[in-house]
Design a protein around this ligand. Structure first.
Ligand SMILES: Cc1cc2nc3c(=O)[nH]c(=O)nc-3n(C[C@H](O)[C@H](O)[C@H](O)COP(=O)(O)OP(=O)(O)OC[C@H]3O[C@@H](n4cnc5c(N)ncnc54)[C@H](O)[C@@H]3O)c2cc1C
Length: 290
């Protein structure tokens, strides 16, 4: 299919883009176009105006801001994946990005586009929850900072207002003693995940599980942070029995949608297996670093 006709404007400054969003009806910004173009072609969205923000070089950066890594909204997936800063300070993101789509898509798609698109099976939304990211947005008259846990409103839906642009995302650096792991199951290399799990964990001085964070995607309407499982694990000595108890708890917490790729039961099974594998890998890493 082809999109319905639309007008197109290319913005050369953030102010210009925000002005068009404020002053035109039914407007959408386009960044890398890797999610929006298919949606236009399928006529899932039918904006009357597209504002192209891909020339806003001021939103294309990765930099260190004290104990955070700040990534501009227009930074391409491949730039983030190849960044030495990300590899050093956000290694779980470096690992997860190996699973994002195919090279051509990674060379065009942007982190801001992925977060704004809010696919429940996309890596960045889950990483933003796992890493307690802060999402910076701007409209003509307001700048606001939204914690990732308040950003996603549902499948393909966020709290961004229609006249707002996501400008940057800040991720606290991962501590040097923290163990981490990311595991994903997809049907083919580059496909969206059926399920993926990311974990960060510390080992306390007396050998207990500490500061564990569990992120999951593909099992709900949005990516998830599993706070109640984290509470069960924290301040406990590690044992296989404890991990099994946590995995059994998944069936109470999650009711994944069935679709043409997998049944609900299969996604739940994958969630348990990936959680087990990921937790063990992260815990072993934390134990080695101690
Ligand atoms: C075949 C295929 C496989 C894929 N596989 C994966 C995968 O495995 N994992 C994964 O994470 N993704 C995957 N993707 C999606 C890809 O990562 C997209 O690049 C990403 O979802 C959107 O980024 P974009 O820059 O292309 O955004 P666009 O397509 O330009 O925009 C997407 C949406 O975000 C809005 N938007 C974009 N930028 C901003 C901004 N700065 N502020 C406010 N709103 C904004 C747009 O208006 C639109 O609604 C896949 C895509 C395809 C086509």
């Amino acid at each position: 299919m082809k999109p319905v006709p639309f007008n197109y404007l290319c913005a050369y400054s953030l102010g210009e883009a925000l002005h068009h969003l404020r002053n035109s009806e039914d407007t959408k910004v386009i960044a890398g176009g890797q999610s929006l173009m298919p949606m236009l072609n399928f006529r899932v969205v039918q904006p009357s105006l597209l504002v192209d923000i891909s020339k806003l070089v001021e939103l294309d950066f990765i930099r260190q801001e004290s104990d955070e890594i700040s990534i501009g909204a227009l930074t391409r997936h491949s730039t983030v994946a190849n960044s030495e800063l990300v590899k050093k300070d956000l290694p779980v993101m470096h690992e997860a990005l190996k699973h994002v789509a195919h090279l051509a898509i990674r060379n065009r798609g942007t982190i801001g586009g992925s977060l704004s698109h809010a696919d429940p099976a996309a890596e960045y939304p889950m990483l933003s929850l796992l890493l307690d990211a802060k999402i910076y947005c701007e409209s003509l008259d307001e700048k606001r900072v939204i914690p990732a846990k308040e950003f996603f409103a549902g499948s393909l839906s966020t709290v961004l207002a229609e006249d707002e642009i996501l400008t940057q995302i800040r991720f606290p650096k991962i501590g040097s003693n923290t163990g981490w792991a990311f595991e994903e199951f997809a049907q083919r290399d580059g496909d969206f995940a059926l399920v993926a799990v990311g974990i960060l964990v510390d080992k306390s001085a007396d050998g207990q599980i500490e500061n564990v964070r569990i992120g999951m995607m593909g099992v709900g309407e949005t990516a998830l942070r599993l706070n109640s499982l984290e509470a069960t694990l924290n301040r406990q000595p590690y044992s296989d029995g404890l991990l099994e108890e946590v995995i059994r708890g998944l069936s109470v917490l999650l009711s994944p949608n069935a679709d043409l790729h997998a049944s609900s039961e299969y996604r739940l099974y994958l969630a348990g297996q990936l959680l087990k594998r990921t937790f063990k890998a992260a815990w072993n890493m934390a134990s080695t670093k101690k």
